[in-house]
Design a binder for this molecule. Structure first.
Ligand code: HEM
Length: 162
């Protein structure tokens, strides 16, 4: 489900974990709560930062997909438009996504470049369409539907591609 995973080779050469806790080779698995002897319970300051940006990433999806879903009736009538929420949501996805890649790399988590590349490519199409048509009062239903479809596909790529 994640674009990143703890490096199985043990990217923590000291074997020390974020707080210098845990025996050598305890690993760097972020989500685990069972790091023996570790006071962080799998959640150091870097994890908190990453999770904050995952939260912002999800707020971006909410704005983009919410903007689409609330206009499905208008889409059927051919009167839907790409409102500011959709544009700002798409931009938020891009900015937080790029920051998440950087944070995960800084945290020695390996990033699935193909998955990220596919998500990025789809988002660029979404962002391009929403940006170019942002001032149009009525957007063609096919184009509007395509943005909703690509956003939904990206959600499922994010959660199903392991
Ligand atoms: C419409 C576009 C996008 C959607 C709907 C989307 C959706 C999601 C969702 C639901 C998650 C949380 C589930 C998970 O951890 O896999 C996620 C995580 C993530 N996304 Fe996206 N994403 C989009 C675009 C992007 C882009 C463009 C990038 C990078 C350039 C990106 C990078 C990431 C990364 C690195 C994570 C993993 C965070 C972590 O687990 O530490 N996303 N995305």
């Amino acid at each position: 489900m994640r674009c990143v995973r703890a490096d199985p080779a043990g990217a923590d050469p000291a074997g020390a974990g974020p707080a210098g806790a845990g025996p050598a080779g305890a690993g760097t698995e972020r989500a685990g709560v069972g790091r023996p002897g570790g006071p962080w319970l799998g959640s150091g300051p870097m994890d908190v930062l990453i999770h904050l940006f995952v939260g912002l990433h999800i707020i971006g999806i909410a704005a983009l997909l919410g903007g689409f879903l609330t206009q499905m009736k208008a889409m059927g009538e051919g009167t839907a438009r790409f409102g500011p929420a959709m544009l700002h949501g798409a931009l938020t996805m891009l900015v937080t996504g790029v920051i998440l890649v950087g944070l995960n790399q800084a945290d020695d988590q390996s990033v699935d470049n193909i998955k990220i590349g596919v998500k990025l490519a789809l988002l660029i199409v979404i962002l391009g369409l929403v940006y170019v048509k942002r001032d149009e009062e009525k957007v063609d239903k096919g184009l509007f539907g395509l943005v909703g479809l690509l956003t939904t596909v990206n959600v499922f790529i994010a959660v199903l591609w392991t």
